[in-house]
Write a protein that binds this ligand. Structure first.
Ligand code: ATP
Ligand code: MG
Length: 298
């Protein structure tokens, strides 16, 4: 953390420390919603620039392939600012209620029914000055997201149609969104929406950094095998870039699965279970199998 702060411009570092300290006192009861700090950056500017943007009150859009660590980075940012994070997982089913909240029946001690409004993640984060994390924002239906336009621009407010209340964001409210561009089943993000964000690209970790991360997060500690998995990852990423295998094939998430399994069932079978059999296409499966054979031997 200190090392991170020392790389920031002085004014920003001071501001981050002040915010983190204030939040520590304010958010004790929300400590469960404060993220985990395990993100490792493939280049230092990623974390630096995300912190600068959030300290300036900008919305941050993390853009990168599946399993590149976008959610992990959002968690790191939450932990740096000591700021609880409320998450929304977007999908085509996402509606205004999932964002803002919904009415439900509650019963008092005399079994009398009352209609109560339960706040959704957007309203909770705004009212409490927390972080709103919008995952896979480009998978939501085009009609749903314009509700957020006012939340995401200088107005920082939204009219809740279910309560008639105009919700204004408390100071400190921040938005981080993640997008998996190019992923099957997603559409490019609407321009008006994209326009409201500062974009930070989150590429896959590679080389020494990847090895460090695998060592920290997987059960595998064998140096030679770790080096082989790092080589496998580099080959998979280049095959994805060539369009020979789909993006999931290079996901760090799958790589972690394979590393964990390899401790008990050997690397070849681990790669089959962790990576190959998640792919649909037989040609893609064969391509990964060939790479694995070349690196790990038969
Ligand atoms: N740069 C990184 N630093 C630390 N951990 C990472 C990194 N990249 C990937 N991981 C690990 O890989 C897994 C996937 O990361 P994460 O869930 O953050 O990816 P993501 O980009 O949010 O993926 P998706 O787009 O599928 O949601 C996690 O277990 C995470 O700990
Ligand atoms: Mg994610």
């Amino acid at each position: 953390m200190d090392q991170l702060l020392s790389q920031l411009p002085d004014r920003i570092a001071e501001q981050v420390m002040t915010i983190a300290k204030q939040n520590e006192q304010r958010f004790n009861e929300y400590s469960d919603l404060i993220g985990n700090a395990g993100y490792k950056a493939s280049e230092p500017n990623i974390i630096n620039d995300a912190i600068v943007a959030l300290s300036l009150g900008k919305n941050v859009l993390l853009k990168g392939p599946t399993g590149a660590g976008k959610t992990r980075l959002a968690e790191l940012l939450s932990s740096i600012f000591n700021q609880p994070m409320h998450s929304i997982n977007c999908s085509v089913d996402l509606d205004a209620e999932a964002l803002l909240g919904s009415k439900t029946l509650t019963y008092d001690d005399n079994s009398k029914a009352h209609i109560t409004f339960i706040s959704g993640p957007v309203e909770k984060a705004m009212k409490q000055g927390h972080i709103l994390y919008i995952d896979e924002i480009n998978t939501a239906k085009a009609e749903t997201l314009p509700i957020l336009n006012g939340v995401l621009d200088y107005r920082r407010m939204v009219l809740n149609p279910f309560t008639g209340e105009t919700v204004k964001a408390k100071e400190g409210f921040n938005v981080i969104a993640a997008i998996n561009e190019g992923y099957v089943g997603t559409t490019p993000l609407n321009e008006a929406l994209k326009n409201r964000f500062v974009v930070i690209e989150v590429p896959y970790l590679q080389g020494e950094e990847l090895k460090e991360m695998l060592k920290e997060q997987s059960l595998l500690k064998d140096e030679a095998l770790l080096n082989q998995f790092v080589a496998l990852s580099a080959d998979l990423i280049s095959k994805v870039k060539d369009g020979q295998i789909s993006e999931e094939g290079a996901s760090t998430r799958s790589l972690l699965d394979a590393c964990d399994l390899s401790v008990y069932i050997g690397p070849q079978r681990a790669i089959k279970r962790g990576i190959i059999d998640k792919l649909e296409d037989d040609r893609e499966k064969a391509a990964v199998e060939t790479i694995a054979e070349t690196i790990f031997g038969r």
